[in-house]
Design a protein around this ligand. Structure first.
Ligand SMILES: [Zn+2]
Length: 193
């Protein structure tokens, strides 16, 4: 038997459980991290207004007095959204480039940023001069050069293009993945398991 609930009754718990994976017109997720998801209300709205095709559904339906609609679990945009050509230089994107790991010691957690060439020595705040760092390495480095602080970089910091960041995002799958999404997601973490 199908599980049925009214749109009005569906609270936050339903929202999470019945999210729709949103794919671009090329059938790739709009984003991996965070994973592009819409709540079911938005997914149904987009379908009714003809902006998406539904390609997979949940068993659950929503009912109005006149219609009954299966809740979409995967939708694909009809119009392709071109990715931006440059990655925004943000805290999040910088951490994502560095996989949320200290670029000196590789540890995770307690993260901050470090200027490779310190600001006091004219170092700029750019993709090439800022890396994710743990507090400990950040303190140890202070205003010294990498060499003088006895540290080394795990990789050369680059300015990532959006495709690179997108692939980095694939390394961080969310805890919950609905079965119907898996055909459209390629998780590195899963392949390594
Ligand atoms: Zn560190």
């Amino acid at each position: 038997m199908q599980e049925v609930f009214n749109a009005d009754e569906a609270g936050f718990c339903q929202f999470k459980r019945n999210s729709a994976l949103v794919l671009n017109a090329d059938f790739r997720p709009l984003s991996y991290y965070p994973l592009s998801l819409w709540n079911w209300q938005d997914a149904i709205r987009a379908s009714i207004s003809n902006r998406v095709n539904i390609i997979a559904e949940y068993d659950e339906v929503v009912r109005s007095p006149s219609v009954e609609i299966k809740i979409p679990s995967v939708v694909v945009l009809k119009q392709y959204i071109r990715p931006t050509s440059a990655s925004a230089f943000t805290r999040f994107n910088l951490f994502l480039r560095d996989e949320f790991k200290c670029q000196y010691c590789g540890s995770k957690g307690d993260m901050t940023f470090d200027h490779i060439v310190p600001r006091s020595k004219g170092g700029r705040t750019t993709w090439e001069n800022v890396v994710a760092s743990c507090q400990k390495c950040n303190l140890r480095k202070g205003s010294k050069s990498i060499k003088n602080a006895g540290l080394s970089l795990r990789q050369k910091p680059i300015k990532p293009d959006p495709e690179y960041l997108r692939n980095q995002g694939r390394k961080f799958p969310p805890n919950y993945l609905h079965d119907s999404w898996l055909d459209y997601l390629y998780w590195d973490a899963e392949l390594e398991a």
